[in-house]
Design a protein around this ligand. Structure first.
Ligand code: SF4
Length: 71
């Protein structure tokens, strides 16, 4: 099962938390982060990063279902 990751560039404030938590999933590009790949194998670290993002800029989906950040 693959998931998709997205980062809202308008919301991201470049804290780098996501890239520190999962550098193979997220990377900083200047003062904004971006997913390394939009489609990833299921990986709880992506959801953890979405939960940890202070700007709630990361969205993780399993198909059409949003699984991160958790409510
Ligand atoms: S944790 Fe959120 S605000 Fe920080 S770099 Fe990642 S996406 Fe941007």
């Amino acid at each position: 099962m693959s998931w998709t990751t997205r980062i809202d560039q308008e919301l991201c404030m470049g804290s780098g938390i996501c890239a520190a938590l999962a550098p193979d999933l997220f990377r900083l590009d200047g003062d904004r982060a971006e997913p390394v790949r939009q489609e990833i194998p299921a990986d709880e670290r992506a959801v953890d990063a979405a939960d940890s993002c202070p700007a709630l800029a990361i969205v993780v989906r399993d198909g059409h279902r949003t699984i991160g950040p958790r409510p």
